[in-house]
Design a protein around this ligand. Structure first.
Ligand code: NAD
Length: 500
């Protein structure tokens, strides 16, 4: 097998990177349908991770900015919650159309703010549009459990109601898409929203606010920019916020859940992941390797469902690793505008870049075998080589902790039982995949895996009709599908005594 410390990856630079200046949104808070300056004079710089240049500065929101936004959301929710599913559906379809009409602006902003290749940004925007379209349709199919006569002379009716104002906190890896996964079902279920985007990637969410302003009811969608510890914290504690939904790291989820507990607020958490990829000896090894190339390195591995931890049967470990190294060696690293074949962009920020580098250094210091990649690439920008670390022993730090970069580890197992036990040993429970041609294993193994999504002979394929969410340390609550609409609704029982 070709084991390297080879310098085969370089960063392809763009000769004329498209500037995002002409499509940048206003940078105030979006409250009650208009952009407001906010109560603080402090700002947060937004950096392009490809160039390390500041591209915008947004408001560092305060608790009083959140309070103002919640007030607007409370006022707007009363009439929004009373609209029919058809009326709400029309608003969601309008949002989808607005995004579609402006898709290029969203793609430019998303690539500039995250460094993601244009193909990834295009996919993000397409999925965002589809999320709004799905929820526009799905919200009209909602029913509640049929009523009935369960006590003599009484008839029960079960009502589905909005929960009220929902606080939303989003991460930086798919800024627009993760916002859409929340906004679409939350609005569809008749709630209003105060959303805090990641302080690192607020621009596409502000762009959405700019474009829907005046075209959807004022106050149903509010955006307050700023830090988690101020804006996010206030959202989690605010007495008029009925539910707080966060997509982010486990640490942030714990902080939000702890704060929300004080006001007995409902909590919806989509947290980290460390997806095992279990490859059985009968699997199509080439297909499995190609699957990991795509699903382990999509968005430079900055994906909570990334196929980052391979567990392969010992009898085919060598052969599988050869296929994987060959596949990974074809990945092109570069700036978003450096060509349609660029698949790997930078890490989102310098601190995250340093964290990934540290994990690689630790793995090397522990004597682990770097089969390809393994190092940072020359700046500017926070680029890391696509990396495969092979022959990783059970329990190694790099294979059990979320790295959130273009790094895939390969471990081996000797029996099905061992594969299942080792896969389940993770503190995370978001997603996993199983690669086999054995029809019995293709059902018996997923049933024993403790993950919210299990793919068979596939990985990272999502659809709006099916739920996304985790078990264990990956949180609770479901995005997408009718399950998300349930999560953002509440059930009321009305019992009518007609026997008197
Ligand atoms: P992060 O936790 O650092 O930040 C996420 C959001 O939480 C940000 O808006 C941040 O400002 C806010 N926040 C941070 N501390 C807070 C606090 N104390 N109170 C309230 N809000 C707070 O996560 P990130 O680095 O932006 O994103 C990467 C993480 O997100 C990874 O762990 C990844 O696995 C996870 N993620 C999960 C999913 C999923 O669907 N399960 C999807 C995308 C990302």
């Amino acid at each position: 097998m070709t084991l390297t410390g080879i310098e085969q990856f370089t960063v392809r630079r763009s000769s004329a990177e498209q500037s995002c200046a002409s499509v940048l949104p206003p940078t105030g808070h979006f409250i009650g349908g208009t952009f407001l300056p906010g109560s603080s004079t402090r700002h947060i710089d937004v950096v392009d991770p490809t160039t390390e240049q500041v591209i915008a500065s947004v408001q560092a929101g305060t608790a009083s900015d959140v309070d103002l936004a919640v007030e607007a959301a409370v006022a707007a929710q009363k009439s929004w919650g009373a609209t029919t599913p058809k009326e709400r559906s029309e608003v969601l379809s309008l949002i989808a159309n607005i995004i579609e009409t402006n898709r290029e602006a969203f793609e430019i902003i998303e690539s500039a703010n995250t460094g993601k290749p244009r193909t990834v940004a295009e996919d993000d925007v397409s999925s965002t549009i589809d999320t709004f379209r799905f929820m526009a349709g799905a919200s009209r199919t909602l029913t509640s459990m049929a009523g009935g006569d369960y006590a003599t002379g009484h008839t029960s009716v079960i009502l589905r109601e909005p929960v009220g104002v929902v606080g939303v906190i989003t991460p930086w890896n798919y800024p627009l898409l993760m916002a859409a996964w929340k906004i679409a079902p939350i609005l569809a279920a008749g709630n209003s929203i105060v959303l805090k985007p990641s302080e690192q990637t607020p621009l596409s969410t502000l762009k959405l606010a700019e474009l829907v302003a005046g075209r959807i009811p004022d106050g149903i969608l509010n955006v307050v920019t700023g830090q988690g510890r101020t804006v996010g914290q206030r959202l989690a504690e605010h007495p008029d916020v009925a539910l707080i939904a966060l997509t982010g790291s486990v640490v942030s989820g714990q902080a939000v859940a702890e704060t929300a507990g004080r006001s007995v607020k409902r909590v919806h958490l989509e947290l980290g992941g460390k997806a095992p990829v279990v490859v059985f000896p009968d699997a199509d090894l080439r297909a499995a390797a190609a699957g990991v190339r795509n699903a382990g390195f999509w968005n430079a591995g900055q994906d909570c469902g990334a196929a980052c931890r391979v567990l392969v049967h010992e009898s085919v470990a060598e052969e599988f690793t050869e296929h994987l190294v060959r596949e990974v060696g074809t990945l092109v690293v570069g700036a978003p505008g450096a060509g349609d074949d660029v698949e790997i962009g930078p890490m989102i920020s310098r601190p995250h870049f340093e964290r990934v580098k540290e994990s690689l250094a630790e793995a090397k210091a522990a004597g682990l075998q770097v089969a390809i990649g393994g190092s940072a690439l020359e700046g500017p920008g926070y680029f890391i080589e696509p990396t495969v670390i092979s022959k990783v022993p059970a329990g190694a730090h790099i294979a059990t902790h979320e790295i959130f970069g273009p790094v895939v580890t390969v471990e081996s197992f000797s029996s099905t039982e061992e594969a299942i036990t080792r896969a389940n040993e993770s503190p995370y429970g978001l997603s996993a995949s199983v690669w086999t041609r054995d029809s019995s294993l293709s059902l018996s193994v997923p049933k024993q895996l403790d993950f919210g999504t299990v793919w068979v002979n596939s990985h990272l394929v999502l659809a709006c009709e099916v739920p996304w969410g985790g078990f264990k340390g990956s949180g609770y609550g479901r995005d997408l599908s009718l399950y998300a609409l349930d999560d953002y609704s509440r059930t009321k029982h009305v019992m009518i005594n007609h026997g008197a």
